[in-house]
Ligand binder design. Structure first.
Ligand code: 5RP
Length: 217
C-alpha cells in the first residue's frame, strides 16, 4: 500500500467513531482531506463541523457539510485530526500544515480526540520532525533566540503566514524526552502563540495505518 492509501484507510476507520455525533471537530492535512471526503458520504447523519483551518473549511463546504464557529457550539464530542509524529504515550507533534493553533483549540474543546496517521509517523521519542511554533510576527527573532537557549535550532518557515496572520518557526534538534515539560516551557515564552507539542492534551485514540491493517493505540 502507498502512504496515501494508508492515509485513506485510517480516514475511513475514523468514520466508525462518528456515531450519535451532531458536530464533528475536523483537523487539517492530507489524511484529514480523505476523512472529509468520507464524512461527506455520511453528511446526512451529522449537523456539521467545526474546522481547524481555512483549507479544511473550503473542503468541508465543497462536500456539502455546514461549518460552525466553535463559540456557537460549545464542547464537541469528537475531534479527528492527523499528526506529524506520534509517541507510544499518544503525545503528538503537529503543525506541519501550519494549523496548530486552531487544532489545539479544538482538541482542548473536545471530549475525544481521534488521531489518524500512517505508520511512518510513529516514533519512540518525539523530535525528529522539526517542532512547529506559531509566533506573533514581531516576536519572531526574540522567540528564536529563546529556543536556541533551550537547545533547539529554529528555522523561520518563510512564505508561510498562518490563518491567524502569524509566523512559524520550525525547531530542529530537540530530543523530546519530557514533552509535557517542554510544552509548558515553550508556551511560557513571550510572543509564542502555540507550540505544536500536543502532550498536555494528548490524543485519546490513535488509529495507525500499517500494512493492510489499522491498529488502534
Ligand atoms: C497540520 C497538521 C497535520 O495534522 C499534520 O501535518 C499531518 O498532516 P498529513 O495528514 O498531511 O500527513 O498538524 O497543521
Amino acid at each position: 500500500m502507498t502512504q496515501d492509501e494508508l492515509k485513506q484507510k485510517v480516514a475511513l476507520a475514523a468514520i466508525h467513531y462518528i456515531k450519535d455525533v451532531s458536530i464533528v471537530g475536523v483537523g487539517t492535512g492530507s489524511t484529514v482531506k480523505h476523512f472529509i471526503d468520507y464524512l461527506g458520504d455520511i453528511k446526512g447523519d451529522i449537523e456539521g463541523a467545526v474546522s481547524s483551518s481555512e483549507v479544511s473549511t473550503a473542503h468541508l463546504k465543497k462536500v456539502g457539510i455546514p461549518v460552525f464557529d466553535l463559540n456557537a457550539v460549545g464542547t464537541l464530542d469528537i475531534y479527528v485530526d492527523g499528526a506529524d509524529e506520534v509517541s507510544p504515550h499518544k503525545h503528538l507533534i503537529k503543525g506541519g500544515g501550519a494549523a496548530l493553533t486552531r487544532e489545539k483549540i479544538i482538541a482542548a474543546a473536545s471530549k475525544k480526540f481521534v488521531c489518524i496517521v500512517d505508520e511512518s509517523k510513529c516514533v519512540d521519542v518525539l523530535g525528529k520532525f522539526p517542532l512547529p511554533v506559531e509566533v506573533i510576527p514581531m516576536a519572531r527573532s526574540y522567540v528564536a533566540r529563546e529556543l536556541v537557549k533551550l537547545g533547539g535550532q529554529p528555522v523561520w518557515r518563510e512564505n508561510c503566514i498562518t490563518d491567524n496572520h502569524n509566523a512559524i518557526l520550525d525547531v530542529y534538534n530537540f530530543n523530546i524526552i519530557d514533552p509535557i515539560k517542554l510544552e509548558q516551557i515553550i508556551n511560557n515564552i513571550t510572543g509564542v502563540v502555540t507550540v505544536g507539542l500536543f502532550a498536555m492534551r494528548p490524543a485519546d485514540v490513535v488509529l495507525i495505518g500499517k500494512g493492510t491493517e489499522v491498529i488502534t493505540l
